[in-house]
Design a protein around this ligand. Structure first.
Ligand code: GDP
Length: 203
């Protein structure tokens, strides 16, 4: 995989601690259990890389993985699981919201959604924090192996239909499976172009 040399860099709990050397970074968000860690690990080509984000003390923070100098994947805290709406709101208003709306090197947002439950209310709220930046959003519909071809086509069409209502903007969606390793090429192409990393052309 293109991002196979990714290594854990740092955990950020406060906006003032965001890496200052960042040139470009892509953030990954999603509901707890959506398959975000698996997707990051699949893209980064390392077993268990993103699971450091799940270690105690790191789950509520931003976890940075270095791709190359100054270029990062940022794993955002999973949301929605066993957490009161109030707790989610205060977290989003404190760290995640300001991060999404003001972080200069943040070139795009990836939202991982279980393909069987796409665009929940919390997904929409998270996306609403980011949309005003005008920067691109890519939805990865994870666990695609759980759906038939026909169901896959249907869910893609439904998500595209909703994105069309968001108005002008660079909004894309794809199916992905960490289990079957499908959708990697598509994801790599988009992330590489956002980050300004050259993707070797396949022979
Ligand atoms: P996270 O909480 O969003 O980081 O989700 P995880 O990556 O930990 O995955 C949550 C659960 O979904 C785990 O039991 C994974 O094994 C499972 N899972 C993740 N990706 C896939 C996939 O592509 N296919 C299937 N069938 N299961 C997956």
């Amino acid at each position: 995989p293109l991002f196979q040399n990714a290594v854990f860099h740092t955990t950020v709990a406060n906006l003032r601690d965001l890496p200052q050397d960042a040139i470009s970074e892509v953030a990954f968000a999603g509901r707890s259990n959506a398959g975000k860690s698996s997707a990051i690990n699949t893209l980064a080509g390392r077993v268990r890389l993103a699971f450091v984000s799940k270690t105690p003390g790191r789950t509520q923070h931003l976890n940075y993985f270095t791709l190359t100098d100054g270029k990062y994947f940022v794993d955002l805290p999973g949301y929605g699981y066993a957490k009161a709406p109030e707790a989610i709101r205060s977290q989003w208003e404190g760290l995640i919201g300001p991060y999404l709306s003001k972080r200069e090197p943040l070139v795009g947002l990836v939202v991982i959604m279980d393909c069987r439950r796409p665009l929940t209310d919390l997904d929409r709220r998270l996306i609403d924090w980011f949309r005003p930046t005008g920067r691109p959003i890519h939805i990865m519909l994870s666990k695609a192996d759980k759906l038939s071809r026909q169901e896959q086509t249907k869910v893609l069409r439904a998500v595209k239909g909703e994105m069309a209502l968001w108005g002008d903007g660079d909004y894309t969606v794809q199916l992905f499976s960490s289990l079957k390793k499908t959708g990697i090429d598509e994801a790599e192409s988009i992330l590489a172009s956002w980050l300004g990393i050259e993707k070797p052309v396949k022979e």
